[in-house]
Design a protein around this ligand. Structure first.
Ligand code: B12
Ligand code: SF4
Length: 495
């Protein structure tokens, strides 16, 4: 069988889009499921973010896959569907189309389309393996009931099979098939760290923030790769920078110490980046110092808010005090910080200013301010679904207000769009001469990527700093009376 796996490109077309300015990560979902394909089949991966748009139809016509797999988070949903339309248009029913990832899992009803033969719900490895076995042995394409974790159509009816269990330990899955993305080597980056490998060292999260569906997606379980396997994968990657993709890498001290022992014992000299909570950093400054000494380069954290009540309302189980403490610890150690902060639809001008002031006080290297968004599958979404102004997934990128704002919309976006400018002192404060002088080797390694990173940021800022960009993106999608506390006149469903 011939199998094509596709990472769609985000929908840009002149719209705002932050994702590729700071972070372009390799498609680990696709390399992970590709690793499950038995060797008699031919599998290819296409990362459309790094290809010209006409490559997809040409490749479909030339390679003629029997099975097409596409990954999708919420913002990519239309683009992922477009890939399936393209495949069915060129290959008709000779190709079996399969969609997987966070959005199909959390909102399967939004993908009930003729051009999609099945959805993979939840973790993909075992489901994909069993589906390949089924299809390649010539069994009927609509008799998939025995495969857990699928949603498919049979005689016009949608069937969802039993839940895919997440019992398998992560060490039991094969290493992602990174050889299939060899031709993109050197193309992935985080900020100036160019030539970036990504490794997911754990799945799931023990917290239950109400704006995040990770803990629901992984059914409240957290599973870990063993330190030995993590370091095997670090060593196998030719890249100098490694991003640990875990939503919360900072889970418990023992695991991190074992990993550091392994990195130190095997003398792995790489710079690594993590996502982790500020409470852990605030509680373990000594451990963070040791991590820095073993190569920790950057910590990406959801700081979310400067307001204790807001943190409590988000069920973040963290404090503004921990945010401040963590940023100080990291700055003192010369570890770069990226902080995600949220503005809420009920914000008034003083709230925006208060948040920007707090970011500047902390000195976050790369601050990013997003808009509180009810993403499918989250508790917030369930609580706010009646307030939604639209279901158009292009606006669920955390850069648009998908519920009514307390301030008139134009004013809200005027205040929001100045976050970049207003938090400039934060980066400046973080990147002091003393900070850089603490880790000259790191800055030397980052040097080749700095110019191009600055160019990317400058380019994106033309739209992000312009408040009219947001309203333009909403044009013909959100139709509201632009007054405070406006209720939607009607909902526009373009899905
Ligand atoms: C790296 C990353 C990115 C990268 C790109 C990811 C990529 N595809 O290359 C970048 C930085 C660009 C990014 C951006 C954003 N991201 Co992001 N990102 C991640 C992160 C941290 C890791 C993704 C990953 O590689 N995971 C590892 C793989 C193995 O896991 P997986 O994707 O779930 O895949 C498994 C299954 O889902 C399934 N599967 C997935 N695809 C397929 C396909 C087939 C055919 C099959 C059979 C199975 C299958 O099988 C896989 C193996 O089990 C995740 C968190 C997470 N835990 O995944 C968030 C996450 C995906 N991002 C999220 C969000 C919200 C965003 C942003 C909107 C936020 C922002 N402003 O930054 C933007 C939107 C970008 C846009 N287009 O506008 C949310 C998505 C929620 C949702 N409802 O979709 C997540 C889940 C984080 C979270 N805490 O909620 N992101
Ligand atoms: S936001 Fe972070 S800490 Fe909260 S549930 Fe999601 S991954 Fe866990």
């Amino acid at each position: 069988m011939k199998i094509l796996l596709v990472q769609p490109a985000p929908f840009e077309n002149g719209r705002i889009g932050l994702e590729n300015a700071v972070w372009l990560s390799e498609p680990v979902a696709l390399t992970s499921i590709a690793a499950m394909v038995p060797s008699q089949h031919e599998v290819r991966i296409l990362d459309m973010r790094l290809e010209e748009p006409d490559v997809l139809p040409r490749l479909l016509a030339e390679f003629r896959p029997d099975l097409l797999g596409v990954t999708s988070m919420t913002t990519d949903a239309y683009q992922a569907q477009a890939v399936c339309y393209c495949a069915k248009g060129i290959l008709g029913d000779s190709v079996f189309t399969l969609l997987g990832g966070h959005h199909p899992t959390l909102a399967p009803e939004e993908h009930d389309l003729e051009v999609i033969d099945a959805l993979c719900i939840g973790e993909g490895e075992e489901t994909f393996e069993e589906l390949i076995e089924h299809l390649s042995s010539g069994r009927p394409r609509d008799e998939l009931e025995a495969i857990d974790g699928l949603c498919f159509r049979k005689s016009g009816e949608r069937i969802t099979t039993a839940k895919r269990s997440q019992a398998r330990e992560l060490d039991q899955f094969p290493a992602p098939a990174r050889d299939l993305i060899d031709r993109y080597e050197g193309c992935y980056y985080f900020g100036p760290a160019t030539g970036l490998a990504s490794i997911q060292t754990s799945r799931g999260c023990a917290f239950d923030c109400n704006f995040c569906a990770i803990w629901e997606f992984y059914e409240r379980k957290v599973r870990f790769l063993s330190p030995k396997v993590i370091v095997d994968r670090m060593e196998a990657a030719p890249e100098q920078f490694v991003m640990f993709l875990d939503d919360n890498f900072l889970t418990h001290r023992g695991r991190i110490e074992e990993l550091l022992d392994e990195i130190e014992r095997r003398k792995v000299k790489k710079y690594w980046l993590i996502q982790g909570r500020t409470d852990f950093i605030a509680d373990h400054p000594d451990l963070v110092r040791r991590m820095r000494d073993s190569g920790l380069m950057l910590v990406l954290s959801g700081y979310e808010s400067n307001d204790e009540d807001a943190l409590a309302a988000l069920q973040k189980d963290n404090t503004a005090g921990n945010n401040l403490k963590a940023s100080k610890i990291l700055n003192d150690l010369g570890v770069l910080t990226m902080g995600i902060f949220m503005v809420r639809p009920n914000f008034q001008p003083a709230d925006f200013q208060g948040l920007y002031d707090e970011i500047n006080r902390m000195g976050i290297t790369i601050p990013m301010v997003v808009i509180h968004t009810p993403l499918p599958g989250t508790q917030t979404w369930r609580a706010m679904r009646d307030d939604l102004l639209t279901n158009d997934v292009r606006l669920f990128d955390l850069l648009h207000a998908v519920v009514p704002t307390a301030m008139p919309r134009e004013e809200f976006y005027r205040e929001y769009a100045r976050w970049n400018q207003a938090t400039y002192p934060s980066a400046k404060r973080s990147l002091s001469f003393r900070f850089i002088a603490r880790r000259p080797k790191l800055w030397w390694a980052l040097m080749p990527g700095i110019k191009i990173f600055m160019q990317r940021v400058r380019l994106i800022r033309r739209t992000v700093d312009d408040p009219t960009s947001y309203l333009r993106d909403e044009d013909e999608i959100i139709d509201v009376v632009l007054t405070p506390k406006a209720k939607p006149r009607h909902l526009v469903m373009t899905a």
